[in-house]
Each structure stands twice: as structure tokens, then as C-alpha cells.
Design a binder for this molecule. Sequence first.
Ligand code: PGA
Length: 262
Amino acid sequence: MSRRKLIVGNWKMNGSLSANQILLNRIKAGLQTGIDATEVAVCVPALYISQCREELAGTSVAWGGQDVSAYESGAYTGEISSGMLIDFECKYVIVGHSECRLYRHENDDLIAKKVVRGIRTGLIPIVCVGESLAEREAGHTEVVVEQQLAAILNAIEPDELDKMVVAYEPVWAIGTGKTATPQMAQDIHGMLRLKLEAKNHESAAKVKILYGGSMKPDNANDLLAMPDIDGGLIGGASLHAEDFLEIIRLAECHSKMYSNKR
Ligand code: PGA
């Protein structure tokens, strides 16, 4: 089964009010015609969520945060709660990005709590998993990725499975210009799908599994053609309107093929 594609921009710690304005205007203009089968979102620094809400309300582009607290409210200086993200009508939140795992030492347990908090308050978490270069070279890719996903699956109920998105992001491919080959990525996506099936067979077919790690206009088509690659989590290329739009157009061709088959 193939699914309609989802393309999410991860701006990371980039942008300014004026630069965002230009980028969002270009994205909106580029999406005015011809994109109706692909879902599009941008996950932006928390301070710019309200700008995105103003600019994107009523368009086909959703917005979201890049992290969420595992706690509801209280003495957690610096954190942002799911309720606050919902207040600003965020649809998505990235959880467990490798940069958070690495620089903020987030572990599987904390990430699972964030996912649960997100799902139970109505956000769609985009849960990131992926191996480092050393782990791949040691032949541990599957074990590492499986373990990261298992922590999440153990924390949620079977009927919550289709309320999240998974993103496979090999750490060695993020921001490096190196990408997994479509077949390498498909192998891991297929394995992830089997793990999702073990949690809830019916829902697993609906869960979108995105690929992330230097997805660009010149490699997106081949990646998006794979049966278990349901879209992309796009870092660098999402900061350039033309590149982001081109990836969305490519995804749209694949989404349309799916719609026509139904
Ligand atoms: P990249 O980032 O596209 O710049 O490699 C992807 C990500 O980290 O989500």
C-alpha cells in the first residue's frame, strides 16, 4: 500500500522575521495551484510559530514546533508545553531529532514521554530515529533504529499508532549532502513498518514514514518512489523556497499516482 506523501520542512535554528516572511510568501505563491494530494508543513523555531500561524492560516501548509516538553506545565524553565503549541494551532511537533539526542542528551525514555504527551493532547509527533555513522559501519543500523522505535511503541496504546509520524534520519546523512540510497532507506522503512504492524496491524499501513537526511530536488524523486517512503523531513533544502517547492511537486506526482490507483 502506498500513502499520500507528507513533506515537512525542519527549519532548525534558522530564520528571522524578515527572512521567514520572504520564504513563506514564496512557498505560498508556489503552492497556489496544482498541489492538492500532498500534505505540507513547516516546523519552525518556537518564536516564529505565531508568525507562521498568521501567514499560513487558511492555506494548505500546516505548521509545528521542533520540540515539546514531556510535562504538562510547571517549573521547567526553557521548555514549551504541548498545550502552548496547540494554543498556536500547531499540527505537528518534531520529537527525538538526532540533534536533540546528541546536544541535549535526550534519551529514548524522555522521547517516548514527549511522544505520549504530544499524542494525548492532539499534536502529531514526528518521531525521529536513525543511526550514527559508527553504528552503520559496525552493522548495527537495524538494532539501533529498532530500539529507538521500540521505546516509543512500548509507551503508546495500539490505537494511538496512527496518531504519529515516523522519520528515519540516518545521522550521517543529516546536513552532510550524503544520502542513503533509495534502497538503503527502503530497507529500513520496510523494517520499521513491520515493527509498527506488530503493534497494530491495521493502523501500521496508515502511518507515514518520512525519510530525512539531505533530501534535495535531485534525489527526492527516487527516494519518494519507494513503497515505504511516505515523504520527507527536509532541513537545508526547506530554507530555499524553490528547492522545497520542487520536492513538494515531486511528492505530488507520487501522491497523485496513489490517488489514481484508489
Ligand atoms: P537535512 O536535515 O535535510 O539538512 O539533512 C534533515 C533533518 O535534520 O531533519
